[in-house]
Ligand binder design. Structure first.
Ligand code: URA
Length: 243
């Protein structure tokens, strides 16, 4: 099988995993889904103060990794197996931000390696991205016990690490997966159903941010995969509009 055929088949496979019915334009080689992206992507600027403490804001990648690994800023360091720094291409255009490590991530030290991670990989493949082409991080670097929601003080303690990662990566687009990521990044209490479906700006950086459902939620509510697919299409369109 040619490598073109192989990658097309792989993409179809992932679209199926996303629960999206897809067909191919004969001869064109393009995969078209039954879903259409939202007609108008609205930019909603969110202005907030610059985040991150002065010391962390100066760190390079090795210093940042060391700092995170030794972090005791909040109580979560007492119950973690290890910190989960982030993974992927440090020059990526796409930055995917989730909530916090779960059990598998806490054990393996890498974000999104459990069942939700498998679906996240499938979602990325559906838009033609391999996991190692993007950068993946979380709002929190440590697992909250029993996967409870992150507490506001934990998010505050952890924020400078993530802000420095964003500064170093300088992504062209942030994909916030799940309510916790979207609400914290956009500093709003609005429900995820309201945050998804349009293009926001990440604070004063101006980086476009698209929010979508968390893959763990999609595993529980597969019917919502159609909306997640629309969000991914919106993100691809937004990326295409970037200089
Ligand atoms: N859920 C998340 O939000 N992040 C992970 O790394 C794993 C599961």
């Amino acid at each position: 099988m040619s490598s073109l055929m192989e990658s097309r088949n792989l993409r179809l496979e992932y679209l199926q995993a996303m629960g999206v019915q897809a067909w191919e334009l004969r001869g064109a080689g393009a995969i078209v889904s039954e879903e259409q992206p939202d007609a108008v992507a609205q930019a909603v600027p969110v202005s907030v103060e610059a985040a991150g403490s002065a010391d962390v804001a100066q760190l390079d990648w090795p210093e940042l990794e060391t700092g995170v690994a030794a972090c005791t800023r909040c109580e979560l360091h007492q119950t973690r197996t290890q910190t989960v720094f982030g993974v992927g291409n440090r020059h990526a255009d796409w930055l995917v931000i989730g909530e916090a490590p779960g059990k598998d991530e806490d054990l393996q030290g890498e974000p999104f390696v459990g069942r939700a991670g498998q679906l996240l990989n499938a979602m990325l493949r559906a838009i033609g991205l391999r996991r190692d082409q993007v950068y993946i991080a979380n709002i929190l670097k440590c697992r909250p016990p029993n996967n409870r929601d992150p507490r506001p003080e934990e998010v505050t303690c952890c924020e400078a690490w993530l802000m420095r990662q964003i500064e170093l990566i300088r992504p062209k687009l942030i994909l916030a997966v799940g309510r916790i990521a979207a609400q914290n990044l956009l500093q709003t209490d609005a429900p995820i159903g309201k945050l998804r479906g349009s293009v926001h700006r990440f604070r004063d950086t101006g980086i476009p941010l698209v929010a979508t459902y968390h893959p763990a939620y999609l595993l529980r509510s597969p019917l919502e995969k159609r909306k997640a697919w629309q969000d991914l299409q919106l993100a691809v369109k937004t990326m295409g509009d970037q200089p």
